[in-house]
Design a protein around this ligand. Structure first.
Ligand code: FES
Length: 141
């Protein structure tokens, strides 16, 4: 587990088991709406505000994208890692916040998500499976 960022406030989102792979939770933190996603067992957080015209981006559909390939070939991949804005369909990579069509200039704010032991956990329990149920999804803002 890495150290929490300096000069930030810790926000516990929920126990790890409450956001299933492929699912998300939208939370209000410090006046911001933020979507926390479980993508293939890893957690990511992005602002619930599309940089195009302000739609609730995190309510969009999770999908994949066409992967780089040779002419005449079509390969689909990254299923569940791309979110499509519910208003006009712009697509963003949930793992980075970058847009697919203009990743160097268009981005939705993303946040680091950490998994931490719930307060009161005994670190010696780390090797037991039950430990996962007691971990929490945490954001620092
Ligand atoms: S508001 Fe998101 S694509 Fe237009």
């Amino acid at each position: 587990m890495s150290a929490p960022p300096r000069n930030t406030t810790r926000y516990v989102i929920c126990p790890v088991g409450e956001i299933a792979p492929g699912d998300r939770r939208i939370v209000e933190i410090a006046g911001r709406s933020i979507g926390v996603f479980n993508i293939h067992g890893r957690y990511y957080a992005i602002r619930n505000l599309c940089p195009h015209q302000g739609a609730p981006l995190c309510r969009g559909r999770l999908t994949g994208t066409a992967l780089p390939s040779r002419p005449g070939e079509y390969h689909w991949g990254r299923e569940g890692e791309i979110i499509r804005c519910p208003w006009h369909g712009w697509e963003f990579d949930v793992t980075t916040g970058k847009s697919l069509f203009n990743p160097h200039k268009m981005k939705v704010k993303n946040y680091e998500v950490m998994i931490e032991a719930a307060e009161g956990d005994d670190p010696s329990l780390e090797t037991y499976d039950v430990r996962l149920e007691r971990d929490e999804v945490v954001l620092y803002l």
